[in-house]
Design a protein around this ligand. Structure first.
Ligand SMILES: Cc1cc2nc3c(=O)[nH]c(=O)nc-3n(C[C@H](O)[C@H](O)[C@H](O)COP(=O)(O)O)c2cc1C
Length: 356
């Protein structure tokens, strides 16, 4: 299928307008404002992203959008929206940009059953024409940067090229690619970086590569192997909050810092303090957030499952921090996969999967 080339908006980008070329991945229920701030504090992130905001029975109002467009000083914010109705999506995109989103991004990758039922997210990859209609309508309403995040097709990866053409023709400024199919979820199948490379070569757009970057050397390798313009990191950042900083150093040709466990504890303390403030002092909500972040961290600890099982049973914030302090004090540094190179024992990195 060929698409008419739209008028330029305002110009085709040849490179990404942010640096370092490292992007925090949107993660529903995980990358809230406090987590984004926490990553930004450590440095190395070029672009922060909200989790998806669902557009279903009408366009999002300014009041609703303002709850999502929470900006961290000094780092641009992409606001991601998910839906399939062109008018609602176009108006929501306009509102997001008007509320201060530095980038408006469209979710064309959510693999969940709920997204499939609503024919949104990755389900839209079955229909390049629908993707084009929705994105072209949005493009008209976004004066600034506009992007899309896709998977490597719905059932079969060969469809990804038709989709990418349709999306490019709708006038996006850049495209993020997670090279798994819808049916692969986040763990199954191969996260085939060659697809990122093929799209980066074929499209006259900057492509952001995403998927299975677990340490800084993976980020550098993804850029070298695929020619992508930037790397987006999700679970890898939750299991190693230093990853952006380490990756930025590696990309500058510098020696990345070794992980600092005292700084790591302070990072979780500050994250919890910000959550506590945001939740009006509500300990339960803060504890839930902290446990979630620490479950990811446990995936970077050698034989971390018994520790994780004990930690998640904490009923108070200080009890949870007690588990963390003991872990950091008692285990040798070699038991933490937090360096720029993957630890030799960390064969199957990962974290909790996206729930359906
Ligand atoms: C818990 C969870 C929630 C996610 N939520 C979103 C989302 O809201 N929007 C989106 O585009 N992708 C979402 N993703 C996908 C991630 O952005 C990313 O593409 C995926 O985790 C692969 O990257 P990684 O290997 O660096 O984690 C989510 C993934 C997880 C694990």
């Amino acid at each position: 299928m060929t698409w008419l080339r739209p008028r330029p908006y305002p110009l085709r980008l040849t490179e990404l307008p942010f640096s370092p070329p490292l992007v925090q991945a949107p993660m529903e229920g995980v990358t809230n404002f406090q987590v984004r701030n926490a990553f930004a504090r450590l440095g190395g992130v070029g672009l922060l992203t909200t989790e998806f905001v669902r557009v279903s029975s009408g366009a999002l109002t300014e009041k609703v959008m303002r709850r999502h467009v929470l900006k961290t000083p000094g780092v641009p914010l992409a606001v991601q929206i998910m839906g399939n109705e062109p008018d609602f999506m176009a108006e929501s995109a306009r509102v997001a940009a008007a509320c201060g989103a530095d980038v408006v991004d469209v979710n064309l990758g959510c693999p969940t059953k709920r997204a499939l039922k609503g024919n949104v997210g990755a389900a839209m990859l079955r229909d390049p024409e629908l993707c084009h209609r929705v994105l072209a309508a949005m493009r008209e309403q976004v004066p600034g940067l506009f992007s899309a995040k896709i998977r490597a097709g719905f059932e079969e990866t060969e469809h990804v090229f038709a989709i990418a053409d349709a999306i490019r023709a709708s006038g996006v400024d850049f495209l993020t690619v997670h090279p798994r199919r819808r049916k692969d979820g986040f763990r199954e199948g191969t996260c085939d970086w060659r697809i990122i490379g093929l799209l980066a070569e074929k499209l006259d757009l900057p492509v952001i590569g995403n998927g299975d970057v677990w340490c800084a050397s993976d980020a550098r390798r993804m850029m070298q192997e695929t020619g992508c313009a930037a790397v987006m990191i999700g679970r890898g950042a939750m299991r190693n909050p230093f990853i952006f900083r380490q990756s930025a150093a590696l990309l500058r040709g510098e020696e990345p810092e070794k992980p600092d466990l005292v700084a790591l504890l302070a990072w979780y303390r500050q994250l919890a303090a910000e959550c506590l403030e945001a939740f009006g002092g509500h300990e339960g909500g803060t504890l839930a957030r902290l446990k979630e972040a620490l479950v990811y961290l446990s995936a970077s600890v050698r034989d971390g499952i018994p520790w994780r099982s004990a930690m998640v049973r904490s009923t108070r914030l200080e009890e949870c921090f007690g588990h963390l302090e003991r872990l950091l004090a008692e285990r040798p540094m070699e038991d933490f996969d937090l360096c720029a190179e993957r630890a030799p024992w960390a064969k199957n990195p990962g974290g909790p999967d996206c729930s359906e």
